[in-house]
Design a protein around this ligand. Structure first.
Ligand code: ADP
Length: 291
């Protein structure tokens, strides 16, 4: 099953064009949707999740017309929205049980088994009786995945799931996502380049509602691999370098400033070749329209 998005556009009543003739093919496996804040990621996720209408375009999930057959999509969908509100005074176990009823698991014994398996999978079994209000950010996000997985979804959407998690919680969460399986479509929407780099076999970069790049992250890196150069400069030279070169990043390393630039030919002037990563791909796509 594949998710195919064709020429999708959406303008909000305030005139903001959040999606601009966007087309994307999303295969099975983990798909990273990268873009800065305001790029249109949530608008796209909500439209796929049948929570809002598009002005133009089509979306199909296998044989299903997503924009028309909303009920059919919802049966196959697991969704972890950006602002996932929970019921603070309910335990994880009770709320999962409740959601399982809503998703149609009517047999009590079956529900108990499903809920137990999900609590174990998301490493929340030991805290299953604790109220959700007392959960850490990471625990809440793992609970979010547990509820999204109820009913064996074929399409799982997670919108900005690692924002606000500490590094250990983030790792635990991303590992959990990567274990979900290869037979489902998982869309991970994020502005954090590392989330995509570590997990996704396919990705897209969008900005201002427009698709800038689609494909395999490693291939995108390969394409610019020989065009990234580094040099140590003094801090007050940065402005000058920014005028002359396509400066991708600048960082202080033990008091000295290292800049990375993009240049297809050898820029000379003391620059050394350096490794390219997804950060460089992202920067060049967003700021320079290169890649
Ligand atoms: P992202 O998820 O990438 O941060 P969004 O899809 O949330 O991007 O937003 C895309 C653009 O649409 C932004 O400029 C945002 O301010 C605007 N926007 C989002 N939702 C609404 C809405 N309900 N009404 C008006 N403008 C909106």
């Amino acid at each position: 099953m594949e998710l195919i998005i064709k020429n999708l556009s959406k303008t909000y009543p305030n005139g903001v064009k959040a999606l601009n003739n966007l087309s994307l093919n999303i295969p099975r496996g983990m798909f990273g949707l990268l873009g800065p804040n305001g790029a249109g990621k949530s608008s796209l996720m909500r439209t796929i999740a049948t929570l809002q209408e598009a002005d133009e375009g089509s979306i199909s999930l296998g044989e299903i017309d997503v924009l028309k057959k909303k009920d059919e999509v919802r049966k196959l969908l697991g969704y972890l929205p950006q602002d996932f509100g929970t019921y603070p005074n309910m335990s994880a176990e009770d709320l999962l049980d409740h959601i399982a009823v809503l998703k149609g698991v009517s047999n009590r014994k079956e529900r108990k088994e499903v809920v137990k398996a999900l609590l174990e999978q998301t490493n929340l079994y030991d805290v299953r009786k604790k109220n959700l209000g007392g959960y850490s950010g990471g625990m809440r996000q793992r609970f979010g995945i547990a509820q999204a997985l109820l009913g064996n979804p074929k399409l799982i959407i997670v919108d900005e799931p690692t924002a606000g998690l500490d590094p250990a919680e983030r790792n635990r969460f991303l590992n959990l996502l990567s274990e979900i399986g290869e037979n489902v479509i998982i869309i991970l929407s994020t502005h954090i380049v590392d989330d995509v780099k570590e997990l996704c076999t396919n990705m897209a970069i969008i900005n201002k509602g427009t698709l800038l790049l689609e494909g395999d992250p490693l291939k995108a890196i390969e394409k610019i691999k020989t065009s990234i150069w580094k040099k140590f400069i003094s801090k007050n030279e940065l402005d000058e370098y920014q005028k002359t070169y396509k400066v991708i990043s600048s960082k202080l390393i033990s008091g000295r400033m290292q800049i990375n630039i993009y240049s297809e030919p050898d820029p000379g002037n003391g620059f050394q070749p350096t490794d390219a990563g997804l950060e460089e791909v992202y920067f060049l796509a967003i700021n320079e329209g290169i890649v």
